[in-house]
Design a protein around this ligand. Structure first.
Ligand SMILES: *[C@@H]1O[C@H](CO)[C@@H](O)[C@H](O)[C@H]1NC(C)=O
Length: 224
């Protein structure tokens, strides 16, 4: 069954590559190959992290870019290039996707603690139970360095999860992660605002740009 799943994944991947090749645009192929490569790097970083790396904000940010934001940023840039936009516009599209992706993941990391997927009105805690340390906990460590020792012990023991959560609720971890998400959502919106004036059908262009800016707000306001 596992083998069939892996083969199905390979099949879908090569179908996607065939579609990609049919675009006959080597720069776009390169962007999407980078995205896939980053996705794998991000997963590997998460799996193979040392305790120091797991407690490092810098490592987390890099991993988050690779795992989540790279696919969106490179796809946004690919669309800009495919529609014949200038390198400047392609760069802004990339910035939009990158910051949108980061903001999305920060909110996701908050919802793992606060979301309503579990029955008790709490998050599913799926990350921390698997030993994956995300921004809320990383900010909490800055206020409560004792948390480092708890992380070092691991989360196989549910009592350690409870202890980590106690520190988290006492800290400003959730709030600071929300601020980080808002910052990146604003950067995404700023990239759209920096796009050059368009010569054609300005009404449609304005509407589309507003929809892209709205998306940054919808993402940060979501609660599931
Ligand atoms: C963007 O959001 C505003 C405020 O919610 C709404 O009035 C407007 O229709 C939205 N525009 C688009 C294009 O989605």
């Amino acid at each position: 069954m596992m083998q069939l799943a892996v083969l199905t994944g390979d099949f879908l991947l090569f179908r996607a590559l065939r579609t990609l090749a049919s675009l006959k645009n080597t720069e776009v192929v390169s962007l999407l190959v980078t995205a896939i490569e980053n996705l794998v790097t991000g997963e590997t970083m998460q799996m193979a992290a040392t305790i120091e790396q797991r407690c490092s904000m810098e490592y987390y940010m890099q991993k988050t870019y690779y795992k989540t934001a790279s696919l969106i940023s490179n796809s946004c840039k690919a669309i800009a290039l495919l529609s014949g936009q200038t390198p400047g516009v392609a760069k802004l599209a990339f910035e939009y996707g990158k910051n949108l992706g980061l903001a999305y993941q920060f909110i996701d990391d908050i919802l793992d603690f606060t979301g309503s997927s579990a029955s008790l009105g709490k998050g599913s805690l799926s990350d921390i139970r698997r030993g994956i340390i995300t921004a809320p906990i990383l900010f909490a460590i800055e206020e409560f360095p004792q948390l480092h020792a708890v992380i070092e012990q691991g989360f196989d023991d549910p009592a350690n999860v409870d202890t980590a959560l106690e520190y988290l609720w006492k800290s400003r971890g959730i709030q600071r992660t929300r601020e980080l998400a808002t910052k990146h959502a604003s950067l995404a919106a700023a990239a759209i605002d920096s796009l050059p004036e368009s010569s054609s059908s300005s009404m449609d262009v304005r509407k589309s740009r507003q929809a892209l800016v709205n998306l940054t707000q919808i993402l940060t306001a979501r609660n599931k």
